[in-house]
Write a protein that binds this ligand. Structure first.
Ligand SMILES: Cc1cc2nc3c(=O)[nH]c(=O)nc-3n(C[C@H](O)[C@H](O)[C@H](O)COP(=O)(O)OP(=O)(O)OC[C@H]3O[C@@H](n4cnc5c(N)ncnc54)[C@H](O)[C@@H]3O)c2cc1C
Length: 351
C-alpha cells in the first residue's frame, strides 16, 4: 500500500465492512477498506450466505423490529448503486407447526433474499465508484501509534488509521484478542448445486421452522468439546442453489482450526439425494449473547467493532448508518447515534 491513508480504516470487506464503508463515504469521510484474499477452498461468510431477510421481527426486541424493515434500505442502496442482488423470495417452511407453514404459503411471512453471487461480483465496483480506497491484503498486526493506529499488511507495507474498525468477521479475534468474550466463531459448510432442483418447482427458500445452529451458538461458551449440527435448508443461489448448513464450533477457549475437516461427510449424509455438489466453507463470527457487537472497544481509543451478527443481511443495513454517524457525523448526531446503539443493546460491554 503506497502512502499512509488518513481517516477511517476498515478491516474486512464482507457485508459489514462494505456497507459501513458506503455509509461513511456518504458522510464525506476518507475511508480505506482492507480485505484479505480468500484462502484456498474457503470464502467469506458473506460470499456463501443464504442472504435471507425476514420481513417480520424474529424476536421481541427493538433491534429485531428495526431489522424487519431492512429490505427498504436494500432497495434504497440499489437505487443509489445499481443491482446488488436484492429480490423478493417465496418461502416454504418445513416442520410440524402447520399454522406457520400455512402462513408462509399464503405469503403472510414476507421474505427477501440478496443473491450473494450478485453482491460478491458487484461490490468491488460499487465501492470504487463511491470513492472507497480498497486494498486486497491481510492485516497481520495492528498497534496503537502516536496518532491512531499502525497496521502491518501481508504485502510488506504499513498503513496508518485515525480510527480503525474491525469488521473482519471470524478474523477479528486473531487481530486483537482483548475483545468481548461473547464474540465467537464457527465453521459453516454448505453444498452448492449447479441448478435449482426441478422437482421443487419455482425457485423458493425451503427452510426449517427452527435452526439448531442458533441453540449451538448460545451454548458455545460452555462447550467442553467440539460440537456440530446440520440444518436442512435450500435456497436459490445464482443459477443454482445452496443446500444445508453444517455448523461446527470448537470447544470453549480452544483455537479454531484454519479449516474445518470432517464437515463434509455428515453434510452429505443429511442430503443423500443431492448428487453432484461442491462443498463451500467459511468461518462465521457470531455473538453467544445473540446481540451483535457494534461500537467502541473498551479502554482502547480509536478501535471499533462491527461484527457478531445473528442476521447480518437484516441487521447491518440498520446498524451501519448509526456506527457511521458515531464515527464521522457532527458531534450532536454522533452523540445521538451512540445513545441509539446503546438502546439497541449492541454497544460492546467490556473486553
Ligand atoms: C451458509 C450460511 C448461510 C447464512 N445465511 C444467512 C441468512 O440467510 N441471513 C443472514 O442475515 N445471515 C446469514 N448468514 C450469516 C451472514 O452471512 C454473516 O453473518 C455475514 O455475512 C457476516 O458478514 P461480515 O462482513 O461480518 O463477515 P465476513 O463476510 O466473514 O467478512 C469478513 C471479511 O474480513 C476479511 N478478513 C478477516 N481477517 C482479515 C485480516 N486479518 N485482514 C484483512 N481482511 C480480513 C475476510 O477475508 C472477509 O472477507 C449465513 C452464513 C452462512 C455461512
Amino acid at each position: 500500500m503506497a502512502g499512509a491513508p488518513a481517516g477511517v480504516v476498515i478491516v474486512g470487506g464482507g457485508l459489514a465492512g462494505a456497507w459501513l464503508a458506503l455509509e461513511l463515504r456518504a458522510l464525506g469521510a476518507v475511508v480505506t477498506l482492507i480485505d484479505a484474499a480468500p484462502a484456498d477452498g474457503t470464502a467469506s461468510a458473506t460470499a456463501i450466505s443464504y442472504g435471507l431477510i425476514p420481513g417480520w421481527p424474529l424476536a421481541p426486541t427493538p433491534l429485531a423490529r428495526m431489522a424487519a424493515g431492512a429490505s427498504r434500505r436494500w432497495r434504497r442502496l440499489q437505487r443509489r448503486h445499481g443491482p446488488l442482488g436484492w429480490r423478493r423470495c417465496a418461502l416454504r417452511l418445513q416442520g410440524s407447526n402447520r399454522w406457520l407453514s400455512a402462513l408462509a404459503r399464503l405469503g403472510l411471512l414476507p421474505l427477501a433474499q440478496v443473491d450473494t453471487t450478485v453482491l460478491h461480483q458487484r461490490l468491488p465496483a460499487v465501492l470504487l465508484n463511491a470513492g472507497v480506497k480498497r486494498y486486497t491484503a491481510t492485516v497481520q498486526a495492528m498497534a496503537p501509534a502516536a496518532r491512531g493506529w499502525q497496521l502491518q499488511l501481508s504485502d510488506g507495507s504499513a498503513c496508518q488509521a485515525d480510527q480503525l474498525v474491525l469488521a473482519a468477521g471470524a478474523g477479528c479475534g486473531r487481530l486483537w484478542p482483548a475483545l468481548p468474550q461473547t464474540l465467537c466463531s464457527s465453521w459453516a459448510s454448505v453444498l452448492e448445486l449447479q441448478a435449482f432442483p426441478a422437482a421443487l418447482g419455482a425457485p423458493a427458500a425451503w427452510l426449517p421452522q427452527g435452526f439448531a445452529r442458533l441453540g449451538l451458538e448460545r451454548r458455545a461458551p460452555e462447550l467442553l468439546e467440539p460440537a456440530w449440527v446440520v440444518d436442512p435448508g435450500l435456497v436459490p443461489w445464482g443459477r443454482g442453489a445452496l443446500v444445508g448448513q453444517h455448523t461446527w464450533i470448537a470447544a470453549a477457549g480452544a483455537a479454531a482450526p484454519a479449516a474445518a475437516d470432517g464437515c463434509e461427510p455428515p453434510l452429505r449424509q443429511a442430503f443423500p439425494t443431492v448428487g453432484a455438489a461442491r462443498l463451500r466453507q467459511a468461518a462465521v463470527a457470531f455473538s453467544s449473547s445473540g446481540a451483535p457487537l457494534v461500537g467502541a472497544v473498551e479502554a482502547t481509543p480509536g478501535l471499533w467493532l462491527f461484527t457478531g451478527f445473528s442476521g447480518a443481511f437484516a441487521q447491518v443495513p440498520v446498524l451501519a448508518p448509526l456506527l457511521a454517524q458515531r464515527l464521522a457525523g457532527p458531534a450532536d448526531r454522533a452523540h445521538q447515534a451512540e445513545r441509539r446503539l446503546q438502546q439497541l443493546g449492541v454497544w460492546p460491554q467490556g473486553g
